[in-house]
Design a protein around this ligand. Structure first.
Ligand SMILES: N=C(N)NCCCC(=O)O
Ligand SMILES: [Zn+2]
Ligand SMILES: [Zn+2]
Length: 328
């Protein structure tokens, strides 16, 4: 399929060449890509949100973005699983971090919405590296302001459609209930993938279904396999503008120990990557990857899985950009 793709007018600036400059040398931008200020125009902005004031258990996701950037030094420019060279198809660049107030969740949520909006207005799609899952709400707001209500594909051990914790509305367990209440999601195409583990009560599931979510549990992925699951998800999504939110705790703690609310019985990293690859041709407008907490990680297991997850998502976005360019 790649040979049919029109190259961009100006060749994108790619990663530092790891056969000339050792990959462990120099500053860690995502995949050793240039910073946004080093390129004329950014089509996919990788941006960090070092914020974890919304967590209900272990803190530490504020360090997630930089841990993913460090682990991403080993990524290479050609992605055989999607037969694409993502960084040649479109300009991907690292936009650094959004500086958010760690002491005031409401203000942090506003800052993320505003700064994400500025990046989107510059013409970029976002690959956001969290941070805890609270940040999905302002990211969805920013995306919906520009695309209208979006389809949501949510990979997570948790529903994250709970109402409040300690009376707080903006937490990492509540972003998607807020998003449904605000009308920024297309409720005909909402899916959780990888959920498992104990809930507060059966009502959690009833409430979630009322909001419009379909659920593919971690056990469903194991029983039915990734191809069948991907077909089902693609049918549900169609060509709607799609936002993908990946909470790294969707992976089994064996594949992602470095996270704040781990649950046994999760997806393998192979299953997650394979489902994502199956979303080629979807109208992916932006994505986030959250809840990497490096203090609980070992040997970068979680950060490596996260870097590959962001790589697949970035590949999907650049392929879509190239296809849109081809279509004129
Ligand atoms: N979004 C994540 N990772 N976790 C939500 C867990 C909410 C709870 O403590 O019940
Ligand atoms: Zn979770
Ligand atoms: Zn979550």
């Amino acid at each position: 399929m790649n040979d049919r793709i029109t190259p961009p007018a100006e060749a994108p600036r790619g990663p530092v060449d790891s056969s000339r400059v050792p990959r462990y040398a120099g500053p860690a931008t995502f995949a050793r890509l240039p910073r946004v200020d080093e390129v004329a125009r950014t089509e996919v902005a990788v941006v960090g949100v070092p914020f974890d004031t919304g967590v209900s258990y272990r803190p530490g996701a504020r360090f997630g973005g930089n841990a993913i950037r460090e682990a991403s030094r080993l990524l290479r420019p050609y992605n055989p699983a999607q037969d694409a060279s993502p960084f040649a198809l479109a300009q991907v660049a690292d936009a650094g971090d959004i500086a958010v107030n760690p002491f005031d969740i409401d203000e942090a949520v506003e800052t993320v919405q505003h700064e994400a909006g500025r990046l989107l207005d510059s013409g970029a799609r976002l690959m956001t590296l969290g941070g805890d899952h609270t940040i999905a709400l302002p990211l969805l707001r920013a995306v919906a302001e520009r695309h209208g209500p979006v389809a949501l594909l949510h990979f997570d051990a948790h529903l994250d459609t709970w109402d409040t914790y300690f009376g707080a509305a903006y937490t990492h367990g509540t972003p998607f209930r807020r998003a449904v209440e605000e009308g920024i999601l297309d409720t005909s195409a909402l899916s959780h993938v990888g959920t498992r583990g104990p809930l507060y009560g059966k009502q959690d599931l009833t409430d979630d279904a009322k909001m419009g979510f379909g659920i593919v549990t971690a056990a469903d992925v194991m029983r039915r396999g990734t191809d069948e699951i991907t077909d089902q998800l693609r049918q549900r999504i169609g060509d709607r503008p799609l936002y993908v939110s990946v909470d790294i705790d969707v992976l089994d703690p064996a594949h992602a120990p470095g996270t704040g609310t781990p649950e046994a019985g999760g997806l393998t990293s192979r299953e997650l990557l394979e489902i994502l690859r199956g979303l080629a041709d979807c109208h992916l407008v932006s994505a986030d990857l959250v809840e990497v907490a490096p203090a609980y990680d070992h040997a970068e297991i979680t950060a490596v899985a996260a870097s590959h997850t962001a790589y697949e998502l970035t590949t999907l976005m650049t392929r879509r950009i190239a296809a849109e360019r081809d279509a004129g």
